[in-house]
Design a protein around this ligand. Structure first.
Ligand SMILES: Nc1ncnc2c1ncn2[C@@H]1O[C@H](COP(=O)(O)OP(=O)(O)OP(=O)(O)O)[C@@H](O)[C@H]1O
Ligand SMILES: [Mg+2]
Length: 270
C-alpha cells in the first residue's frame, strides 16, 4: 500500500456529525495543500457522497474554484466478501495517489465499517455532548457518576486494533474524541461530560480535543456542497458573521489537533 495517512471518522451512534466532520476535515486538508482521497463506507445513506456531488454541481455553476477530493463510495451488495475486497482495493488505490484518505463510516456496527476502522491511523469520533451519546463508549454508574466499564464502540475500536495487529501492522491508532454541537446551556451536563470523558480517555486511550459548537450554518451548507472554509464575504447569499468565524476557528483548532505531520502541507493564507 501507498503512503497516504488514513483518517477514519467513526462512532457507533447515528447523527453525531461524522459525515459533516468528514467533509470539513477533508476540505480543510485540501486548503492546506494536501491531496485527499475520500471513501463513503455508509453508502446506503450516502451523505458524504451526496455532499461531494453537491459540491461538484455548485462548482460548475460558479467560479469559486472549490477544491475537492477523489471520492469513492462502497455500496453494499449481497456478497459481503466482494464488498470487503472492493474496500481494500479502494483504500490501496487512493493511498497510492494521495497524501490523506478520509473515510466516513455508518452510525452502526457492520463488517465493512469494522474493516475500514482497522485501517485507521487516526480515528476521529464526534460525540454529542450528552450522557446518551457517551453510553456507546462507556457505561456510567448513576449513583457515583463514575465510569463503570467501556461499552460497545470502545470494544469495536479495540477489536479493530487487534485485527490490524494480526495483519502485522503497527496497532497504534491516534484516537481522537471531539465533542460536537456544544451549547452554552446546561453547564452541569457539560461539567459531568468533561469529567467522565477525561477519566475515560485515560482508561481506553483516546485524546480529547476542543469541541465544536452548535451552529445552524452547518445544516445550510449541505445542499450547496460547501463547508465553513469555503465561505467568503464575496460569496453570494452568505454573510460571514462572528459566529461563522468562531466556527471556523474551532475547526482549525480541530484540524491542527490532528497533528498530521505530512510533507507538502501548506498553511493557507487567510
Ligand atoms: N456542530 C453542529 N452544529 C449544528 N448542527 C450540526 C453540527 N454538526 C452536525 N450537525 C447536523 O447534525 C445532523 C447530523 O450530522 P451528520 O449527518 O454529519 O451526522 P452523522 O454522524 O454522519 O449521522 P449518521 O450516523 O446518520 O451517518 C445534520 O443535520 C448536521 O447538519
Ligand atoms: Mg453520516
Amino acid at each position: 500500500m501507498g503512503q497516504a495517512h488514513v483518517i477514519v471518522v467513526g462512532n457507533e451512534k447515528g447523527g453525531t456529525g461524522k459525515s459533516t466532520l468528514s467533509m470539513h476535515i477533508l476540505v480543510a486538508l485540501l486548503y492546506r495543500g494536501l491531496s485527499v482521497g475520500s471513501i463513503d463506507v455508509d453508502a446506503r445513506q450516502g451523505t458524504l457522497t451526496r455532499y461531494l456531488e453537491n459540491r461538484r454541481a455548485r462548482d460548475q455553476k460558479g467560479d469559486l474554484g472549490l477544491p475537492s477530493s477523489e471520492h469513492r463510495s462502497i455500496p453494499p451488495s449481497a456478497d459481503a466478501q466482494a464488498d470487503a475486497a472492493r474496500l481494500l482495493e479502494t483504500i490501496a488505490e487512493l493511498r497510492d495517489r494521495h497524501d490523506v484518505v478520509v473515510i466516513d463510516t455508518p452510525g452502526s456496527d457492520n463488517a465493512l465499517s469494522r474493516l475500514a476502522h482497522s485501517y485507521a491511523q487516526t480515528l476521529v469520533t464526534p460525540l454529542n455532548d450528552s450522557l446518551i451519546d457517551l453510553d456507546v463508549l462507556a457505561h456510567v454508574e448513576p449513583e457515583t457518576m463514575r465510569i463503570a466499564r467501556p461499552s460497545q464502540y470502545a470494544e469495536l475500536v479495540w477489536d479493530t486494533k487487534k485485527q490490524r495487529a494480526l495483519r502485522g501492522e503497527r496497532a497504534v491508532v491516534d484516537w481522537i474524541v471531539v465533542r460536537n454541537r456544544l451549547s452554552s446551556l446546561d453547564a452541569r451536563n457539560k461539567r459531568d461530560m468533561e469529567k467522565l470523558l477525561s477519566d475515560l480517555a485515560q482508561r481506553i486511550g483516546f485524546r480529547l480535543v476542543p469541541g465544536l459548537g452548535e451552529r445552524v450554518i452547518y445544516r445550510s451548507l449541505f445542499l450547496d456542497g460547501l463547508t465553513l472554509l469555503d465561505l467568503r464575504n464575496s460569496l453570494l447569499g452568505f454573510q460571514l458573521s462572528m459566529s461563522h468565524l468562531t466556527a471556523r476557528q474551532e475547526l482549525r483548532g480541530l484540524v491542527d489537533a490532528l497533528n498530521l505531520d505530512i510533507q507538502g502541507a501548506v498553511v493557507p493564507a487567510e
